[in-house]
Ligand binder design. Sequence first.
Ligand SMILES: [Zn+2]
Length: 468
Amino acid sequence: MDRRQVLTHALGGTVVMLLGPAELAWGAQLVAVRIWPAADYTRVTLESDMPLNATFFSVENPSRLVIDIEGLELSSQLREVVSKVRPDDPFIAGVRVGQNRPKVARLVVDLKQSIKPQVFGLPPVAAYQHRLVFDLYPTHAADPKLGLALPAASAPVASAPRVPASVASSASASAQSDQAAEAMNDALGDFIGGLKRPAAPAPSGDRAVAKAAPKAADDRESTLSSNNKAGAKRLVIVALDAGHGGEDPGAVGPSGLYEKDVVLSVAHKLRTLINAQPGMRAMLTRESDYFVPLHERVTKARRVQADLFVSIHADAFMNPQARGASVFALSENGASSAAARWMAKKENASDQVGGVNIKVKDASVMRAMLDMSTTAQIKDSIKLGNAILGHLGKIGRLHRGKVEQASFAVLKAPDIPSILVETGFISNPEEEAKLKDSDYQRELADALLLGIQRYFAKNPPLARNRAL
Ligand SMILES: [Zn+2]
């Protein structure tokens, strides 16, 4: 039984867990208190100059989480947490703080719904000192299709197409994800399948073969293009991944502009454009300002069986003269340039800065799964990248005229063409000013949409190997 289950099932009892190193951090000073509310989960971060030891337990009726932090005196910094709770926080109704006993501060988090907490410490990284993190996840996670703005007529039926067992097991990191994927297939598959196959459904076995054999990409395209000539249409889903978020600001411009804010804004604009296209829907891997671990971004895209994955960034480079947009795809055999390798390393560090609980089992399983072959994915990703570069080049300068490749963790969905777009260099004062401008963000979103449409025009959605 894992820790989350213990907490879920032992509500009302006392479950105590020691965190961090054994030595007590007497006299630790809080540096900052932050709360990141989101529909997925709410995070509470206590940043301090020394590692903090905490014990916690859940109490029901009313639902609350009680956290005792050793070596911490009640201070004005700690009291700040009370005023940082937002009324629209989906999980936290309020926080009370007090001195439980000498050198032990107590936080009582009053909850709006039943939660599964994850509590973990993070060592100093980037601009942060020690962090003690409380992630409050819902006991029952939301249906991923809720973010897709699907028509109401998508009620599941018993005959809904299903992912073949072999595909489902490779497509999901854990039993839990399998269930989520299956539920998704039941609910979404019927709707998409209905649009996709007005004629008799193709045998699911063929799809499984196409999926299991990436080298069959060309065959797949010719086979499915002929289907396309018959006029078959289906809903196309584009996963939009606004980089960074929450504890991870991404790059910061010379005037203080955060990458995480720019890219979220571009992603929202692009979602609006995509959802206005007939037969297209966008899914955001994050809707607001909170951190989503890299593997979770990939998992979210796979749960909705996205046709494309577009990660949006606006990074910094050591040289403030660096400018222009660039597009990256995954690499199987090393980076295409030193700069691409550097960029991938920087982006992959997002998990350390954003803060991931490395003890969560699903994450390691997911990482192992992502080592699957991605040859066909990369080929399609480069096509998509070139289509997007063509349109980005019309609205501004390109950093490099071809798709670069490196080992970006967020691009590793083996079955979804995935690219990472650096919309510009936020470290370049001129480009920072453009990236801040709402009109330019809209131009970026337009260019991304046109690139996506051009890709689909040449590679019809039916050519995708999505299993339904
Ligand atoms: Zn970035």
